[in-house]
Design a protein. Structure first.
Length: 215
């Protein structure tokens, strides 16, 4: 009788454990639906932020390339004691730049002297674009210094030139108010994020700007 009672109790225990484990092993339909909804809500919140972050990274990297190119042109001018230029253009939706002696016009440069900003950073064509307020070499229109945002404007190159001292010859900006400087703007394809390089003074002082500073 003693062993029979123990066996009976053991069977009851095993049955309870088996039922308890099976009950906890799965999820109810309500739980599955609730978790799915939570994941969907979190995705709706996170995806736009993620795309915004990716756009910022692209624009920041491209702007760094532009900044380095402007500084390199100025450095080459000082070291070689001759006028040096950095030119910008858009060709087939690809943003490009070239650093070259000013004795060679940007429009005459061979294609292999133009560096694709997009491709060098692994950015697809059309994901970023360039704008500028330049109307000519080292020149901003005194009556309308705003950035030209036409998609065809940079089909023809625009150029910033430094003389042998690394300063800007013929630096022309509006005479009223603060000079806006010469601006090269890098923007995401939807213009939601902007970064820019501003050559601010005749001495060639160069700084970075973002968003409203780039207008």
């Amino acid at each position: 009788m003693h062993w029979s009672a123990l066996n009976f109790l053991q069977r009851i225990k095993n049955r309870y454990l088996s039922e308890h484990i099976q009950h906890d092993a799965g999820f109810s339909m309500v739980e599955v639906v609730a978790v799915t909804l939570m994941i969907g809500i979190l995705a709706m919140i996170a995806i736009p932020s993620w795309f915004s972050f990716i756009n910022q990274q692209r624009v920041n990297k491209a702007n760094d390339v532009v900044f380095s190119a402007v500084q390199e042109a100025q450095r080459e001018a000082k070291q070689k004691k001759l006028s040096y230029s950095v030119s910008f253009k858009i060709e087939n939706q690809v943003s490009k730049l070239a650093i070259h002696p000013d004795s060679t016009a940007a429009s005459s440069l061979p294609s292999n002297q133009w560096q694709s900003i997009d491709e060098s950073l692994g950015i697809k064509s059309g994901q970023i674009t360039l704008f500028t307020n330049l109307t000519g070499k080292n020149t901003v229109n005194s009556s309308n210094p705003a950035v030209n945002t036409s998609t065809t404007y940079l089909n023809n190159p625009q150029t910033i030139t430094f003389d042998y001292m690394g300063t800007l010859p013929n630096f022309i900006t509006p005479t009223t108010g603060e000079a806006p400087g010469l601006k090269i703007i890098v923007a995401a394809s939807n213009n939601s994020t902007k970064r820019c390089v501003i050559v601010k003074t005749i001495l060639g002082s160069t700084l970075r700007g973002k968003n409203n500073e780039c207008n």
